[in-house]
Design a protein around this ligand. Structure first.
Ligand SMILES: [Zn+2]
Length: 555
């Protein structure tokens, strides 16, 4: 580097009191790779010590800070050298800070601006290959700020380039994404259904059960009740690639139903990290936001072997969204006696009507009331009505609509239950088969050892015994399970289902049936009740929407 030029630039900036303090050379390369590749630049950075001497500092007053050489940490907390530099400046020991490219002193913009600020307060100068800067001078300060900004832009470009490289690869469906349970990747990179039949059967069972039961919660209940576990492949560690069985959980099932891979869709960029929610000290962590299907970066259909059709996948998503919307919007007071809280829609303005309660002689009296226009625009309330009359009317309608359909429903319900139990039973059979295989294998290995090799023989014998015990335990568990839930519904169970169908009105009125039960039953068959009160006659026109009844009836 040209010390002459540097000296010229430094004229007027370097004062005697600057030279009374230290000149600090800060050496860093961001990664070990760079240290290896840029030996030249490291040599130049150490050369800065000579430069300090040529600018008038005695060699003994030049301090080299190089603890950060080879550290790639992007924030100052993980770079002890930078921290030491800051400490020296703050204590007023430093007259000049030298770096090869000043903007490299601090990789993140915030650190850089902090450094400039500190040098300004302490009266220290900054120097790089291009010259000497006095941060207290307007032009120099502008230049330093610009250099920092340019580094930020450069970093941003590098990150973007890396991300777009991944994206281009994903766009061709070539980026190997982590596979969900039920899939394996061959050495060739090709993705296939898991060759383990039991793993496949469980995945199919989950999708079938959701199709029939309609909520993740019910599917989870079924899997837990039948002791079905999810088989997945170990992603790393010594057992990499082996099947492990894990108990199902709510979020896992949600992820499974949401995962487009099961419908054969290769998807990339389904979520985005929100950097504004990043936690300090957690690097690239941040709040992950799921994107709508239309906003995914890549979506390729028919790219993977499928468990379900795309149509079924989309139906499942819609169903989960509807379940969510229902639990959000129907959050009316659960204990209150108004049965249709959250289900009543105003026939005048189309908004959901609210439930209000007033104390009365018989406890709480509920009213459905449309507050929307009143609350939002200060207009008069559309309408309101006593909850009990509307509840009675809709309940009667629902019960009468249920009666004839109920028997038919009960038969198909029984068939569905039997179907799901048969699937669960098949999975039990596979578990038993697997346990037997393990026993056979352990027995063969034990047989093959030479009797002289006692240590190995003893170990293999133990393994064989463990496998036998495991099989016996599983067989017992299966027996117990079978007693509880035989594949064929018992006559008692069938009778109970039929009786339930016949006795719905009695069941409804039974003292043991709580308000919450009644609400749950109504929500199972009703989506909404649209009401329009005729102010003159006090009649209410109610339209019930849902699978139970759709015809409008005057009340
Ligand atoms: Zn209204």
């Amino acid at each position: 580097m040209s010390t002459v030029l540097a000296s010229e630039l430094a004229v007027g900036k370097i004062q005697g009191w600057h030279r009374d303090r230290l000149a600090v050379v800060y050496v860093r390369q961001s990664s070990r790779q760079q240290v290896a590749d840029h030996g030249e630049s490291t040599r130049l950075q150490y050369g800065l010590a000579e430069r300090a001497v040529s600018l008038g500092w005695p060699a003994s007053r030049v301090m080299v800070i190089d603890e950060d050489l080879g550290r790639s940490a992007a924030n100052a907390a993980e770079r002890p050298g930078f921290a030491r530099l800051v400490a020296e400046i703050t204590m007023g020991h430093v007259g000049l800070v030298l770096g090869l490219e000043m903007s490299r002193l601090a990789r993140s913009g915030r650190d850089w601006h902090q450094l400039i600020e500190l040098c300004t307060l302490a009266g220290a100068l900054l120097a790089d290959a291009d010259g000497v800067y006095d941060p207290n001078g307007y032009n120099d300060r502008l230049l330093l700020g610009l250099k920092g900004t340019m580094t930020e832009v450069e970093l941003h470009l590098i990150r973007q380039r890396m991300a777009s490289g991944r994206l281009a690869k994903a766009g061709r469906g070539e980026l190997a994404l982590p596979l969900p349970a039920g899939y394996v990747r061959h050495l060739s990179g090709e993705v296939a259904l898991d060759p383990d039949e039991q793993v496949q059967a469980v995945i199919r069972l989950v999708f079938n059960a959701f199709g029939q039961l309609g909520t993740v919660h019910a599917v989870l209940g079924f899997l837990v009740g039948h002791q079905v576990q999810i088989g997945m492949r170990e992603r790393s560690g010594p057992g990499k690639g082996q099947v492990i069985w894990r108990p199902p959980h709510q979020q896992g099932l949600v992820n499974m139903l949401r995962n487009p891979a099961y419908a054969g869709i290769y998807a990339y960029g389904r979520s985005r990290t929100d950097p504004s929610r990043r936690l300090p000290g957690h690097g690239h962590s941040g709040r992950v936001r799921q994107l709508e299907a239309g906003d995914w970066a890549v979506r390729i259909e028919d790219a993977l072997p499928a468990y379900i059709s795309v149509a079924q996948y989309e139906r499942n998503l819609a169903r989960m969204a509807a379940n969510r919307a229902r639990s959000d919007s129907q959050g009316a007071p659960r204990q209150g006696p108004a049965l249709l809280g959250g289900l009543v829609i105003c026939g005048i303005c189309g908004h959901r009507m609210q439930v209000t309660y007033e104390p009365s002689k018989r406890g709480l009296t509920g009213r459905y009331c449309c507050q929307r226009r009143h609350g939002t625009y200060g207009e008069p309330r559309c309408q309101q009505m006593a909850a009990r009359f509307l509840d009675d009317h809709v309940t009667a309608q629902v019960l009468s609509a249920l009666a004839p359909a109920a028997l038919e429903l009960s038969v198909s319900a029984a068939q569905q239950i039997e179907g799901r139990r048969a699937e669960a039973d098949r999975i039990w059979q596979q578990r038993l088969e697997r346990a037997s295989l393990m026993c056979d294998r352990a027995w063969r290995q034990y047989q093959l050892t030479e009797p002289e090799n006692r240590l190995v023989a003893r170990q293999l014998e133990t393994e064989w015994e463990t496998a036998l015990a495991g099989r016996a335990r599983l067989a017992e568990e299966y027996e117990r399970y079978q007693r509880q839930r035989p594949v064929q519904l018992s006559a008692t169970e069938l009778a109970a289902i039929r009786a339930l169908a016949h006795d719905i009105p009695a069941l409804w009125a039974a003292p043991a049936t709580t308000i919450a039960d009644r609400k749950r039953l109504l929500r199972a068959v009703i989506e909404s009740v649209q009401v329009a009160a005729d102010g003159v006659t006090e009649r209410v026109q109610a339209t019930v929407t849902g699978p139970a009844a759709t015809k409008p009836t005057p009340h």
